[in-house]
Design a protein. Structure first.
Length: 160
């Protein structure tokens, strides 16, 4: 019982912190970058620029809000199902961390879609002309990477 409380408490607290960071950085981007020139952090490599993304990663699926709402609810359901089943011990720590990151990023972008009908992106890796992204996207990408790699190399064949 106590272990279960800790599992959910840490999940909610960690997620809340990441979601707040995401929303704060997007708000700062909106207030400083909207209708302004990009801010060059490293010339030719990294810039901050304001973009309203009405699609998903790399701008695909533009203006498909209902699809994103449904997909996000499915992602939440899957995350909470795995969180419920997940044993809270050091062996499964990577999965636990990945669930926190994916959930936080999904909520951060979901808030934008509900509030604005688009996601605020502002980090531009100019060196390779990578699509503009945000903190929530970073959380999702790192979380998915940790999850996939750990499932392949650490938890292969285990029932989680």
């Amino acid at each position: 019982m106590k272990n279960s409380f800790i599992k959910y408490f840490v999940f909610i607290l960690s997620s809340a912190v990441l979601i707040i960071i995401d929303q704060l950085t997007k708000n700062i981007a909106l207030n400083t970058l909207y209708d302004n020139e990009p801010i060059v952090l490293i010339d030719g490599i990294l810039e901050l620029t304001y973009v309203e993304n009405r699609g998903a990663a790399f701008g695909i699926l533009q203006n498909r809000l209902i699809f994103f709402y449904i997909l996000t609810v499915i992602v939440f359901f899957v995350i909470f199902t795995y969180l419920y089943k997940l044993k809270l011990n050091q062996h499964y720590l990577l999965i636990y961390i990945s669930l926190i990151l994916i959930f936080s990023g999904a909520v951060g972008n979901f808030i934008d879609r509900l509030k604005n009908k688009y996601v605020v992106d502002f980090i531009y890796f100019k060196l390779i002309d990578f699509p503009v992204f945000n903190f929530a996207d970073i959380c999702i990408t790192i979380g998915c990477t940790i999850l996939i790699l750990s499932l392949i190399f650490i938890y292969k064949g285990e029932e989680i």
